[in-house]
Unconditional design. Structure first.
Length: 244
């Protein structure tokens, strides 16, 4: 694959991920939405289906959609996808495409819900359509939560190739739903630096009436936590896999 093809694949896949993911958050949280108040289970399944759609769209590049997955595969010594080696250039193209795709997807979600964002609503509700935030703000423990949740995702990605399965993108969608339902409560489960930072940048730029701060003080947690979890999985899981 050319670098342009790699970029477009991950860009489109991440755009779709964030369009549907931020879209379900907007549907649940914004005033006068038909789905307003439908709750956490709807958000968890919405994000799972968003991953399903995004991974299919970026299937040629492995459907990473997530710098933590990209870095985890590279640290584990794996190729990024079939015939896509984990070179420094390829890793940088993946991450750039994921970040820009996340920003673009957030902008598309905002356009879809433009009139609802114009309505009066708590600033936190509007920010929550774009980025994550902790239920209890404790930066160290928030990092631990994100690291554990991302560890489970990257561990599954690394081990999945060694287990018999034809579920493909649907399987990872179920994993995301499981993480959201079980581990998502404390922080909103970013488990993906691009998923949080890209939309947070979009929120800061977009002309949203009544919006507040983008909460930059917390923004490092959904970046550092997932990267720690991804590297830990990459260092541990390949060694454990040989035992089974």
């Amino acid at each position: 694959m050319t670098l342009a093809q790699i970029f477009l694949s991950e860009f489109l896949g991440t755009l779709i991920l964030i369009l549907f993911g931020a879209g379900v958050c907007a549907a649940v949280n914004l005033p006068k939405s038909k789905a307003q108040g439908s709750g956490w289970i709807v958000i968890a399944f919405g994000w799972g289906m968003a991953v399903f759609m995004g991974v299919y769209a970026a299937y040629a590049t492995g459907g990473h959609l997530n710098p933590a997955v990209t870095i985890g595969l590279a640290v584990a010594g794996n190729d990024l996808a079939t015939d896509v080696p984990a070179t420094t250039t390829n890793i940088c193209v993946y991450i750039l495409a994921q970040m820009l795709g996340a920003i673009a997807g957030a902008v598309c979600a905002w356009l879809a819900y433009k009139k609802h964002f114009d309505e009066k609503a708590p600033a936190d509700a509007k920010l929550g359509c774009f980025s994550t935030g902790p239920g209890i703000r404790s930066y160290g423990w928030n990092v631990v939560t994100e690291a554990i949740a991302t560890f489970t995702l990257v561990a599954w990605v690394l081990y999945n190739g060694k287990s018999p399965s034809e579920l493909g993108p649907l399987a990872v969608a179920f994993v995301i739903v499981a993480i959201g339902l079980s581990l998502g409560g404390p922080t909103g489960y970013a488990i993906n630096p691009a998923r949080d930072l890209g939309p947070r940048i979009a929120y800061a730029i977009l002309p949203i009436p009544g919006k507040g701060s983008a909460d930059w003080a917390y923004s490092w947690v959904p970046v550092v936590g997932p990267l720690i979890g991804a590297v830990a999985a990459a260092l541990l899981i390949p060694n454990l896999a040989g035992l089974f």
